[in-house]
Design a protein around this ligand. Structure first.
Ligand code: AHG
Ligand code: MN
Ligand code: MN
Length: 314
């Protein structure tokens, strides 16, 4: 087992706990242990490919009519391979696939955005993968509250995993031996003046979103927005404060971000860290998935900030 260097500002004993050791220590059952292990292995492989793989276009479109990059397709393939070898995963749904696919008789379903923010790879900004795990035979009709676990992998200067199994949030960092080590087993989100205002173009159409944004500016919030939802939300989790917003507007009433693949899993993680998440009226985790490509506005982060969004946008 590798030794964590001092730059991991950790109690060395905590630091030595690997991803798998952590899962054992919190008593996850064998099935979930295996599934999360597969997603961790996929994360490693995707991280390695991002460093060297072709950054170009794949020449195809996803179900959202968005142009796929080679890396979108490759990341999707890696997750399909890792889950395909796992007997407990029976169902997959991906932002890059036209429909959900039954791959075995396993009882669990994994839905995922294989590479969130993929267009940021060529400018060398951080990107991520998002995973939601349900015990279900179809994702149609599920709600975020049905989720058993959610995981977000961040590919930045370091590769990290943020995980909830419904009992708090833990963060893991990939160490020099290639394995993921526990960095923090109780991520907490409180209050603080940091904002990541997505879809600011909506201000050209919506006075309420303009007023909300003005509030953040006048109150001297610090701006932290990268254009990648995973690193932007992950920053709120790790700094322990802030708000990420992505409203709808005339041209896209429900915004851009996808309920099943992006918003629900990140909302599960945020709530488990003590934060909150809403579409402006309804808690994201209580929204039923009616179609795989369903979008939703989202305001996610510190509880008071999420309440403020609901008040301003009522
Ligand atoms: P994806 O790359 O999976 O399609 O998602 C990108 C998302 C998200 O990461 C980000 O918050 C949002 O797109 C930004 O969109 P715009 O810059 O187009 O508003
Ligand atoms: Mn995405
Ligand atoms: Mn994506």
């Amino acid at each position: 087992m590798g030794i964590c260097k001092p730059y991991f500002r950790l109690n060395p004993l905590v630091c030595m706990k690997t991803f798998c050791e952590y899962l054992k220590s919190v008593g996850v059952d064998d099935e979930l242990f295996a599934i999360l292990g597969s997603l961790k292995d996929a994360t490693k492989r995707i991280a390695d490919h991002i460093v060297t793989a072709d950054r170009g276009k794949a020449g195809s479109m996803n179900i959202f009519g968005e142009e796929q990059l080679e890396l979108d397709v490759l990341s999707d393939k890696i997750i399909q391979e890792e889950c395909g070898e796992n007997p407990y995963v029976g169902l997959l749904a991906s932002e890059e696939l036209p429909d959900e696919i039954k791959i075995s008789d396993g009882e669990y379903g994994v839905c995922y955005d294989p590479l969130d923010g993929s267009s940021l790879v060529d400018v060398n900004l951080a990107v991520g993968s998002i995973f939601g795990i349900y015990k279900t035979g179809s994702f149609i009709g599920v709600k975020g509250t049905d989720m058993i676990a959610a995981m977000a992998s961040v590919y930045g200067p370091r590769t990290t995993i943020t995980l909830t199994i419904g009992d708090g949030v833990a963060e893991f960092v990939r160490c020099e031996d290639g394995d993921f080590k526990l960095q923090n087993d109780s991520i907490k989100v409180g209050e603080g003046k940091m904002f990541a205002p997505g879809n600011l173009r909506a201000c050209a159409y919506r006075d309420d979103y303009m007023k909300l944004t003005e509030y953040w500016i006048r109150e001297e919030y610090v701006l932290r927005y990268s254009g990648g939802m995973v690193p932007d939300v992950n920053q709120i989790l790790l700094k322990g404060k802030g708000i990420f917003s992505y409203p709808g507007y005339e041209k896209a009433p429900d915004g851009k971000l996808r309920l099943l693949f992006e918003c629900a899993p990140l909302s599960f993680i945020m709530e488990q860290a003590g934060g909150a998440s809403t579409d402006g009226k309804v808690r994201i985790l209580e929204k039923e998935v009616e179609s795989l490509d369903q979008r939703t506005p989202i305001y996610i982060g510190s509880k008071e900030e999420v309440n403020r969004c609901e008040e301003y946008l009522a």
